[in-house]
Design a protein around this ligand. Structure first.
Ligand SMILES: [Zn+2]
Length: 392
């Protein structure tokens, strides 16, 4: 079964062999989808025939967003904490504990329904690939069941037992690290691709993070890390040392961190929703682009510090406050996310890539930043099938 999308006003392929600039743009383009893959890309008038046709009516088409950082397995919300913070209270890692209590009390079905509600929101924002972490169970059973639920819906599942020290291990971090290494990693392994640690003030130290990530790697999990969000620390350098696919947050970086990233395969993932929602100072992405670091933008959707599922919102904030150019922001939310998940099949519209794309209700991707807060998602296609049709 093939489909041709014709009359695309502006197509972003992220393939510089297909079009111009960083984004491989083509004007007046067509795309042919064969089954779940991209089969042909080129000028509108030259498209081969297909079984069916979608007329894009001059709108822009972009690759589906790849959200490489989210926390969707939880119960409850923390609106009151947000209220207190907006009245002047400071964000700390400790608020996670209230979500842990609610998550432990929830059934598997409740966790799954809440996750799927958020995934539907993501789809409506144009996200076609998402990662999700555990990290609100913090017992062997609760971490395992959360990841078993997640693995039913995404390949990108991340074990984040080292999110925060649970109450019952208060004063005994070594005991909790031992529980993670000896019991949690073997238990979650069938359901997790990745292992992650919140390495920051109030969470886990660099030494603890190294111990946990090395243990996960030894069991076949791939490492990624939350680093340098709340203060400058050694998390980013640890990410490079252990060949983490991504170092996430990167709010506080010095030149030596940027040098280390630039000489590595580790992606720096920015999460604009977190600085926005905690009213923190924004990092400056220009420093990383100038140094040649690969950058991703992710939602960090979680109930405490970034309760958004909207990649267009994150792109708008990244452009406005983190000094991404509009093309860098779109690249980072698509190709950057794919690199942060070490995926080559998504994030771009090259021949043979997964047919994951979004028709925007706008003539250009520039409108994602230019029209902040406006729903511009017209049609979302994932693996060749329409997964959402919205505002026309
Ligand atoms: Zn996170």
């Amino acid at each position: 079964m093939s489909v041709v999308i014709t009359n695309i006003g502006s197509l972003v392929t992220n393939d510089q062999n297909l079009g111009f600039g960083l984004l491989g743009e083509i004007e007046n383009a067509s795309v042919v989808i064969e089954g779940s893959k991209i089969a042909w890309v080129g000028p509108s008038g030259q498209a081969p025939a297909a079984d069916s046709k979608i007329d894009a009516q001059g709108k822009a088409v972009i690759p589906g967003f790849v959200d490489s950082h989210a926390h969707l397995l939880f119960a409850g919300d923390r609106a009151k904490e947000f209220q207190a913070r907006m009245k002047g209270e400071k964000y700390s890692a400790g608020g996670i504990k209230s979500t842990v209590a609610a998550t432990r009390a929830a059934t598997d079905q409740e966790l799954e329904q809440n996750m799927l509600r958020l995934v539907r929101e993501m789809t409506r924002s144009g996200i076609t690939t998402f990662e999700t972490k555990s990290g609100y169970g913090l017992t062997v059973d609760d971490e395992t069941r959360a990841l078993a639920v997640a693995a039913k819906h995404t390949h990108e599942t991340t074990f984040l037992g080292a999110h925060v020290l649970p109450e019952e291990y208060s004063g005994n971090p070594d005991g909790y690290v031992a529980l993670i290494v000896d019991q949690m990693i073997p238990a979650v392994k069938p359901h997790a691709k990745w292992i992650d640690v919140f390495c920051d003030r109030g969470a886990f130290t660099v030494e603890q993070a190294r111990q946990i990530l090395v243990a996960g790697k030894a069991q076949g999990l791939l490492p990624r890390i939350h680093a340098n969000q709340l203060e400058h620390g050694g998390g980013v350098k640890l990410a490079v040392e252990l060949d983490c696919a991504s170092a996430d947050h990167c709010t506080h970086l010095d030149d030596s961190d940027i040098d280390a990233l630039a000489n590595s395969q580790t992606v720096a993932t920015f999460v604009p929703g977190a600085e926005f929602s905690t009213r923190a100072k924004y990092p400056d992405a220009r420093r990383l682009f100038d140094a040649g670091v690969s950058v991703a933008i992710a939602t960090d959707c979680n109930p405490g510090s970034s309760y958004t599922t909207s990649m267009p919102f994150c792109i708008a904030v990244a452009i406005r406050d983190m000094h991404f150019s509009p093309e860098q922001a779109l690249w980072s939310a698509t190709m950057g996310g794919a690199k942060a998940l070490r995926r080559s099949d998504v994030g771009h519209l090259s021949i043979g890539a997964s047919a994951d794309l979004t028709i925007l209700n706008a003539p250009s991707y520039l409108h994602l930043g230019y029209r902040p807060g406006v729903d511009l998602v017209s049609t979302v296609i994932k693996a060749g099938k329409i997964s959402y049709e919205g505002n026309k």
